[in-house]
Design a protein around this ligand. Structure first.
Ligand code: ADP
Ligand code: ADP
Length: 225
């Protein structure tokens, strides 16, 4: 099955605001896709359906064939790795090691396997030597990459990033781009950064007014925009 399959997803908030009007999309394993669209388009609402923060909508969401629903939330939250816009919302332990170990430890991973997961995740984000440091001693760009590592340590099916390039200086931006390009995991990034989308994502989706208004190669999508 594809990493992500969304079918006729519609959602209205309790106050009646209709945020999604029948979204259909499929993301294959290993694809890197940008989710673009103006403020208020429904991007956040869609992302909240991917890991079951919201489940009240009509339609279906499946992650690697598993439907998102009340009975599957534990497994879905392992499969869908959310990287928030602010890394400081994701890093709260005294050391980087403990932050990266937190997710897999919660899943019951212990001992040498846990150590291995932490080392591997930090190597993948290009920060093999920071495990013993407190997160707040790292630069903002490094903290964002550690936040990515905390999610990779769960071995997710799909990595979902909210504005990954925001507030990064040019060097940190390049370092994160290199990391994202080197991963063999499916990636969906919500972004307003069109050059970043063009650089990293073969494919882009434009969400507008709660529907997918365009879906295709990023180069073509941006040319039409
Ligand atoms: P985006 O992430 O693309 O900016 P959102 O998913 O945040 O879009 O919002 C989609 C629509 O839903 C907007 O009209 C927004 O005002 C509305 N909305 C978002 N959150 C809520 C909420 N908690 N209650 C009511 N309406 C909301
Ligand atoms: P983003 O910039 O990440 O898309 P938004 O600015 O759309 O975020 O929303 C920020 C927060 O405000 C979210 O938690 C969203 O649910 C909430 N929100 C957005 N629009 C509304 C609304 N009309 N009523 C209530 N809450 C809203």
């Amino acid at each position: 099955p594809p990493s992500l399959s969304v079918r006729r997803l519609a959602y209205a908030y309790p106050d009646g605001t209709q945020a999604l009007f029948g979204v259909d999309l499929t993301i294959g394993r290993g694809e890197r896709v940008a989710l673009l669209g103006p403020n208020g388009a429904g991007k956040t609402t869609l992302v909240m359906h991917l890991n079951g923060i919201l489940t009240a909508g009509h339609g279906t969401v499946e992650v690697a064939g598993l439907p998102v629903g009340k009975d599957t939330l534990g497994e879905i939250r392992r499969r869908v790795g959310l990287v928030f816009q602010d890394p400081d919302d994701q890093l709260f332990m005294p050391t980087v090691r403990e932050d990266v170990a937190f997710g897999p430890a919660n899943l019951g991973v212990r001992g040498a396997e846990l150590e291995h997961r932490v080392r591997e995740a930090l190597e993948r984000v290009g920060l093999p030597d920071v495990a013993d440091r407190p997160p707040h001693h790292l630069s903002f760009g490094q903290r964002r990459r550690v936040a990515v590592a905390t999610v990779l340590a769960m071995r997710p099916e799909i990595l979902v990033l909210d504005e990954p390039s925001s507030n990064l200086d040019p060097a940190s931006r390049r370092e994160l781009a290199e990391v994202l390009r080197s991963l063999d995991v499916t990636v969906l990034m919500v972004t307003h950064d069109l050059p970043y989308a063009l650089e990293l994502c073969e494919r882009s989706l434009i969400l507008s007014g709660g529907v997918i208004a365009a879906d295709g190669p990023t180069r073509e999508i941006l040319a039409d925009d």
